[in-house]
Each structure stands twice: as structure tokens, then as C-alpha cells.
Ligand binder design. Structure first.
Ligand code: HEM
Length: 492
């Protein structure tokens, strides 16, 4: 059976038009009226059903990452890492696993242009033999905040002003002036990679630290990286205006056209690993999602390749109803204590119960492709056929038992209950290093974008000064450039 194919109900095959109830419809273009001219009768069941279906066609869009497109393909292991993890889908080179991937922008609405300066989502659902593994990442290796309790605020600041529905940098820079830890993510947002040419020419990152668990029980912290084989390409600010002006769906079209013509997009998967015993040896906290792990100390190791060779069969079923969740991991891969990741484990299923309904995991695109079994049932829009009579556990009459135990993280947690910041903030070193790694033209484009944003009339003198102070602590010359262009005398 084709594991990718979306299948409607098997009886959905009449050669003539019917109602949802299956009754033949002999006239689908005229309402039932009294006489030729009307009025229209309420007893026209088919008319009411047709219009009622239509008026309910839209479901809530995703609260973030509303604009996106998915495609299908496979992940293939190319390098043996079976000594690092007992994950079945990583068991040996050559093993292939079907995947669906959704690319997205974050801030704007479902039909917004794909040329916006914004982070891009890069979410991969692996349909493994041991359940679905969702690696729900971005095209930036870092994020603005460290703690999930700040996520609603960061999104409110980035989204349009609730009064005017206009995205405004005075609000964004006001909020983020409280977040010096956001600087490194700005080094992606306001860098050239802030507008990828399309979805094929961008990197992807798992962003968070996860844990690999080996058969032996040994654990390693891990970060995931996707590298496009066709290279990284971006649009300049000027090009973005032209491309987006001509076609607000250019990246969706690019992905569709590439796959349809057999030019299959491909990414290599790399990992960085760290022994948890070494976590205190760095000048940053390895679980801090605002930091990268330096590749000269923790090198990239190749693992496999992701190939997208199938376009979706239906946008609504396979993109709009697609539901990713960082909570979905498989034996051999576990979370870390990263506070942002921990909040995400809750947030996705919660929003999807609201967005798609409580049985969203039964939808073909979200359901595991492997055998699965539990007693979570009924609820709105349940369409799973079950004929068993024992729906409790355990039972002497039902042969279903607990699955075999698999190795999980042995890392012990202890401590007081507290609400606090992480110890090693180190907010300025990595942003400074990244800025200095660029050539002078790239630095200049970054400065120009920041000057423009800080020049919005409602950005106060205080906020400008704070940003200049932050960037000066990252790189003195950068702070000086900003101060000169903004005509602000630094007070530090
Ligand atoms: C989508 C919440 C942080 C990547 C979403 C959605 C929510 C959400 C509610 C919509 C999901 C849906 O309707 O199906 C959060 C919260 C976060 C957080 C509460 C922080 C605690 C992040 C981070 C990343 C990320 C750090 C990157 C690593 C994504 C992606 C999607 C998404 C790629 C789109 C998934 C898709 O294509 O359907 N997020 N998010 N999010 N988020 Fe997050």
C-alpha cells in the first residue's frame, strides 16, 4: 500500500452527484423554488447542506506559522549511528522512512506573501515503525527567548499591532529591548538569510537540545541540522519586493515545480553531540536555546538524507490538517530540560485539539503508519472503527499488554521549586562572533536593516540607546555605526 497516499472513504466513487447522505442529486445548479422565479424553499435539503458545508470550509489558521506548504518523501540513513541511539529508523545505513515536511513563515496570516523577512519553519514528520517522530524546527539554529512562558509575548510583539493590524518595529524592538538573549536570533532575522530565496535553498535546525539514548542506556545531548544540497540562496530586500509583488506564493510554486519536474529537493542531516557530563565546561548553557554549539568544538556528524519526491495530493488534507508536535519522539530520542522545548511539548497538541478537534491524530496525514492501540476513543468527529468490547486496561480478556520497556534517559533531576533565569547568560559573545564572520557588505546590510527598524518614529530614544548598548557589547564597531547613523550619543 502506498504509505503517502491520502485515501477518502472507499465508497466515495459514485459517477453522479449525490448529497453527503448519498442520495442522487439530479439538479445541482438550481434551487427549489415556488414557480420559476421563487421564493426559495427551506425544504431544499441539498441547497442548505451545500451552502452550510461551504460556509464552514475554513478552520482556524495556525496561531503562528499559518502560511506554509508541505511535500512528501523519504529520509534515508547514510551513516551508522546505531551506537548512539536505539531509534529504529536510524538502525542502519540504507534504512528509509517515509516523511512529510512542512515549510512555513511564522508571523503573518495564511495567505501572506512568502517573501516576508521572517523566520521560516522546517517541520519534518518521520512515519517510523515505532510511531511518529516530529522534528519541528526552523531555519535559524537559535530562538529569541529561553522560556515558554514568554512565547505569547514575543508572538504578540511580532504580530501586527492589535489596534491597526500593521506589523510595527517600535513594538517589536520595545519588547525585545528586555531580551538581550534575542541578539543572536536577530543575527539570522536581519541577516541576508532573513529572506530565503525559497524553501529549497535554506537550512533547517532542530534548534533545541534533544537527548539520544543508546541500547546500552548511554545518553548524549544532540542538536539536529539540515543542509540543502543545492546550497543556501537568499533574496535581497529589493528582489523580495519584486518577487513577492509578482507572486505572493512564489516559494510554494517553486517547491511544487521542482518536485513535479523531478528536481527533488534534498537535505543532508547532521548532528552535533555532547556528553551531558561536559555540560558545565562551556561558557554558555548547552540547553540554552539562544545559543549555538560551536562547530569547531562539537563538529557536525553526517547521519542521512531527506528527499522530497512527492507533491501533496490535497492542500487542505495534507497541509492545513497536518499537525506537528515536538512531544512526538520515538524510543532512542528524548527531550532535554530546555525550558522552551518543555513548554512546546504541551502547546502543540493543545492548539491542535482547538484547531482540528480532539481526534486530529486520526486524520490520515497525522496518524501513525505503524500498528498502534490504546483506549483513547470517542469524542467529536471520531471516525475510527472499533469493534472491541474491552476498552479498559488491564484486562484478562484483552491480549493487549504493555509494550516492552525501552532505554530512556537516566539523567536525574532534583532541586527546589523556583522561577528563575538561567545562570550563564553570556548574551553578547556569539552575536559579536557571527557579525564579525561576515564580509563588510553583509555587515553593512545588517546595519542598514537595524537602522531602518530603529528609525521608526515611535521607537523612543531610550529604546534606541538600549539597542545601541546591546550591539556595542557584542561588537564595539557595530554599536558605533548604529549610534552614528541614528545620531544617538551612546550613554555607556
Ligand atoms: C507552530 C507554539 C516555539 C517551530 C506552532 C504552533 C503553535 C506553536 C501553537 C501552531 C501549531 C498548529 O496549529 O499546528 C509554540 C510555543 C513555543 C514555540 C508555545 C515556545 C514555547 C517554537 C520554536 C520553534 C518552533 C523554538 C523552532 C524550533 C514551529 C514550527 C511550526 C510551529 C516549524 C509550524 C509547524 C507546521 O508546519 O505545522 N508553534 N512554538 N516553535 N512552531 Fe512553534
Amino acid at each position: 500500500m502506498d504509505p503517502y497516499k491520502y485515501r477518502p472513504s472507499s465508497a466515495y466513487n459514485a459517477p453522479f452527484y449525490t448529497t453527503n447522505g448519498g442520495t442522487p442529486v439530479s439538479n445541482n445548479i438550481s434551487s427549489l423554488t415556488i414557480g420559476e422565479r421563487g421564493p426559495v424553499l427551506l425544504e431544499d435539503y441539498h441547497l442548505i447542506e451545500k451552502v452550510a458545508n461551504f460556509t464552514r470550509e475554513r478552520i482556524p489558521e495556525r496561531v503562528v506559522h499559518a502560511r506554509g506548504i508541505s511535500a512528501k518523501g523519504f529520509f534515508e540513513v547514510t551513516h551508522d549511528i546505531s551506537n548512539l541511539t536505539c531509534a529504529d529508523f536510524l538502525r542502519a545505513p540504507g534504512v528509509q522512512t517515509p516523511v512529510i515536511v512542512r515549510f512555513s513563515t511564522v508571523v503573518h496570516e495564511r495567505a501572506s506573501p512568502e517573501t516576508m523577512r521572517d523566520i521560516r519553519g522546517f517541520a519534518v514528520k518521520f512515519y517510523t515503525r515505532e510511531g511518529n517522530f516530529d522534528l519541528v524546527g526552523n531555519n535559524t539554529p537559535v530562538f529569541f527567548i529561553r522560556d515558554g512562558i514568554q512565547f505569547p509575548d514575543v508572538v504578540h510583539a511580532l504580530k501586527p499591532n492589535p489596534k491597526t493590524n500593521i506589523q510595527e518595529y517600535w513594538r517589536i524592538l520595545d519588547y525585545m529591548s528586555h531580551l538581550p538573549e534575542s541578539l543572536l536570533t536577530w543575527c539570522w532575522m536581519f541577516d541576508d538569510v532573513g529572506i530565503p530565496q525559497d524553501y529549497r535553498h535554506m537550512e533547517g535546525f532542530g534548534v533545541h537540545t534533544y537527548t539520544l539514548v543508546a541500547k546500552s542506556g548511554k545518553v548524549l545531548f544532540v542538536k539536529f541540522h539540515w543542509k540543502p544540497t543545492c546550497g543556501i540562496k537568499n533574496l535581497t530586500d529589493e528582489e523580495a519586493k519584486v518577487v513577492g509583488g509578482a507572486n505572493h506564493s512564489h516559494a510554494t510554486k517553486d517547491l511544487h515545480d521542482a518536485i513535479s519536474s523531478g528536481n527533488y529537493p534534498e537535505w543532508k542531516l547532521f548532528i552535533q553531540t555532547m556528553d551531558p557530563a561536559d555540560e558545565d565546561k562551556f561558557d554558555f548553557d548547552p540547553l540554552d536555546v539562544t545559543k549555538i554549539w560551536p562547530e569547531d568544538i562539537l563538529p557536525l556528524q553526517p547521519v542521512g538524507r531527506l528527499v522530497l519526491n512527492r507533491t501533496i495530493d490535497n492542500f487542505f488534507n495534507e497541509t492545513e490538517q497536518l499537525a506537528f508536535n515536538p512531544g512526538l519522539v520515538v524510543p532512542g530520542i528524548y527531550y532535554s530540560d530546555d525550558k522552551l522545548l518543555q513548554c512546546r511539548i504541551f502547546a502543540y497538541g493543545d492548539t491542535q485539539r482547538h484547531r482540528l478537534g480532539p481526534n486530529y491524530l486520526q486524520l490520515p496525514v497525522n496518524a501513525p503508519k505503524c500498528a498502534h492501540h490504546n483506549n483513547h476513543h470517542e469524542g467529536f468527529m471520531n471516525f475510527m472503527h472499533r469493534d472491541e468490547e474491552v476498552n479498559y486496561f488491564p484486562s484478562r480478556l484483552d491480549p493487549v499488554r504493555h509494550a516492552e520497556k525501552y532505554p530512556t534517559t537516566p539523567i536525574v533531576c532534583s532541586g527546589n521549586r523556583e522561577k528563575c533565569f538561567i545562570g550563564k547568560e553570556n548574551n553578547f559573545k556569539q552575536p559579536g562572533e557571527r557579525y564579525r564572520s561576515w564580509d563588510s557588505d553583509r555587515q553593512e546590510r545588517f546595519v542598514k536593516r537595524f537602522v531602518e527598524a530603529l528609525s521608526e518614529p515611535r521607537v523612543t530614544h531610550e529604546i534606541r540607546s538600549i539597542w545601541i548598548s546591546y550591539w556595542s557589547q557584542a561588537d564595539k564597531s557595530l554599536g558605533q555605526k548604529l549610534a552614528t547613523r541614528l545620531n544617538v550619543r551612546p550613554n555607556f
